[in-house]
Design a protein. Sequence first.
Length: 246
Amino acid sequence: MRIIPAVDLKDGKCVRLLKGEFDKTTEYSSDPAAIGRRFSALDVTDLHLVDLDGARSGAQQNREIVAEIAAQSRLAVQLGGGIRVRADVEGWLDAGVTRCVIGSVAIYEPRVVIEWMEELGADRLVPALDVRLDENAMPMLTAKGWTEDTGVSLWEALDEYTAAGAIHVLCTDVSRDGAMEGPNFHLYAEILQRYPTLQLQASGGVRDIEDLELLRELGVPAAITGRALLDGKITEAEVSSFRRSE
């Protein structure tokens, strides 16, 4: 299983949100590029960048920082947040980003994203299907920086994307993100049971290396972690040991 460190950008800084709420922000660094270099030095192959300002507004506002991190990193960089038109996808792919993570458009206009996959390559795009569980424990999609409930279930969206040949999907249980309460293991196990060939990226709630080991045992192909790395709950040595044990 790949560990993918995450750098979240807001107002030009590296931050973490609590449960996707923009008014509950912890600032970690005023130099996100330094965090990007720190994570790039880990024994990992990928780096996940999120423009939180772009996710909320639809207009990317941290372009220079993203470009700097992507240029400096030796890793496969994937970028999400505010990517809503094909020109942005093509621009970032041309600029060295390996994969573009598509959020709101992937939820509201799946046929558009499927067209991009067909034309640009399914491996270059990652639909981000972020969820909150409703009162019946049904995973329901949320969009626009987690500020808007959509009325669409995760299963409806995954049925459409997997039928169209999607390779990667990122899924965050928003209630777990930044909360250090542990991932939603049950949700990810159910996703993999329903869609066993999907290159799922699990995100939200990772507390320590034990959580990552359990996700690996479940067969999750990749897991994104930000706060646990920033807080030192997962160390560089643990990341290296995790990789060697595969």
